[in-house]
Design a protein around this ligand. Structure first.
Ligand code: CO
Length: 149
């Protein structure tokens, strides 16, 4: 079901200083910045590796997440755990098909239906209690499901 690691989501208290650290220390480049008021998050995507243009779309990234308010999901995560890894985003070819097969395997779905994610992706989260404590995000990168010739 998984095609690659799309991104690692990291909760940070200060987005600007976290971006500066990743740029300076690891040589990464910001390719997208978005704010999602509904989710209460400011985020930046830093590219690690470009995708294969001839294959399933999507590269790999670090996603830095700063809460825009303390009662948001990332705000509560920071309060409980401090800064650190928040979730893993796995690439899938077709997020609806992945949700159906993973749900049929008995894993509870945070998102029963795909929703809009960063950079035009279609995403959905799985319940961490059913994935060994790991918050997993399924990511179908923009470009859509691959079509067979
Ligand atoms: Co994510």
């Amino acid at each position: 079901v998984f095609t690659r690691i799309d991104h690692v989501g990291v909760a940070v208290r200060d987005l600007e200083s976290a971006i500066a650290f990743y740029q300076t220390t690891f040589g990464l480049t910001v390719v997208s910045r978005e704010s999602n008021e509904e989710q209460g998050v400011h985020e930046a995507m830093l590219i690690v590796a470009a995708g294969d243009p001839t294959g399933i779309p999507g590269g790999s990234y670090v996603q830095l997440l700063e809460p825009s308010r303390p009662d948001s999901p990332v705000g509560r995560f920071l309060e409980r755990n401090g800064e650190g890894v928040h979730h893993i985003g796995y690439g899938v070819a077709d997020v609806s098909a992945a949700l159906a097969s993973i749900g049929a395997a008995g894993v509870r779905l945070v998102d029963a239906r795909p929703r809009h994610g960063s950079m035009g992706a279609s995403i959905a989260f799985l319940h961490p209690r059913d994935v060994g404590g790991v918050l997993v995000e399924l990511v179908q990168a923009a470009g859509g499901a691959p079509t067979r010739e």
